[in-house]
Design a protein around this ligand. Structure first.
Ligand code: GUN
Length: 297
């Protein structure tokens, strides 16, 4: 058996098309252009690539895009002052501060300074609490993308056994909350979990978000399971170049799973598409407009 490939790249492209259509309608019917501000501090090359892509895709969707690139030595008070200014700017509906921040900046303090209504990352403690209690919130982009792919694949996730491998605030924890919200039976596994192969052997859904290249071999997976691989790990090749791999060993998992997301081309493209979706959602909520269908979990 060879698993069905879940094509996140194609799903993300169709989601971006729907977003662009909503943006066109918001402009025509209400004179509104959703605006996203991305703040990056320092010169981490990987973060710079992500931020450039975010700006490009925001503009391609017809939205207003602002980027603030600050030097690595920016003080906390200067960063907080910028966030204040963006919080009160009516042209900005979404604010994203690219993580990680340099060590001298307190990430929790900075994230919690963002107006929760503009927190398109869903990292503000208010949004974390709202998600955890099943209330309407801004939902973190990567888990939102994963749940969209899963709902598209299954229709209903009710009653399925889901194991989330990884307990980060960005992916693992919100992912578990979203799956609970879809009535899955959810287990969160992590580096201290005692018998991961046993847990995975009973999982209908595996979401792998640990950041360890090819850590999960195919023979740990229940035959027919659905594998959502959030890992994006760059590993060296023999010719001195690098290649991207996930947290799951794709070759062995493919012959056992029922469906699997590839790396690249699976979850990765969904993250920025969901950021755009969250910005449109934030714009609609701020202006008391009906939220478009299909952009939230
Ligand atoms: N760094 C890695 N992933 C993310 C993300 O989803 N949001 C932000 N703000 N920073 C990140």
């Amino acid at each position: 058996m060879s698993a069905q490939i879940i094509d996140g790249k194609a799903f993300a492209a169709s989601l971006r098309t729907r977003i662009a259509e909503h943006v066109t309608r918001l402009k025509a019917d209400h004179g509104l252009t959703p605006g996203l501000a991305v703040v990056i501090v320092g010169e981490d090359p990987a973060s710079q690539v992500y931020v450039r892509n975010k700006g490009k895709q925001t503009r391609e969707a017809g939205m207003h895009s602002v980027e603030h690139a600050l030097p690595a030595e920016t003080s906390e008070s200067d960063l907080l002052a910028l966030i204040d200014q963006l919080n009160s700017d009516p042209a900005i509906h979404g604010i994203l501060v690219q993580l990680p921040l340099p060590d001298h900046l307190n990430e929790d303090l900075v994230i919690n300074a963002i107006d929760p209504a503009k927190d398109v990352d869903g990292f503000h403690i208010s949004n974390v609490g709202l998600l955890g209690t099943g209330q309407k919130s801004m939902v973190p982009c990567t888990p939102l993308g994963c749940v969209m792919l899963l709902k598209d694949h299954y229709g209903s996730l009710e009653g399925l056994n889901a194991v989330v491998v990884g307990r980060s605030n960005i992916v693992g924890k919100p992912m578990a909350q979203l799956l609970l919200g879809q009535s899955c039976t959810v287990t969160i596994a992590h580096s201290r979990t005692k018998d991961l192969p046993k847990l995975l052997g009973e999982a209908d859904i595996v979401v792998a978000a640990v950041g360890r290249p090819e850590m999960i071999p195919g023979d740990w997976i229940k035959p027919g399971a659905t594998i959502i691989d959030v890992g994006i790990n760059r590993i060296p090749k023999e010719d001195g170049k690098t290649r991207l791999v996930g947290d799951v060993d794709f070759a062995s998992a493919q012959s056992r799973a029922g469906a699997i997301t590839p790396v690249p081309g699976g979850v990765g493209p969904m993250t920025i598409a969901c950021l755009l979706a969250n910005t449109v959602t934030a714009c609609c909520r701020t202006h008391g407009l009906a939220e478009p269908d299909g952009l939230t979990a």
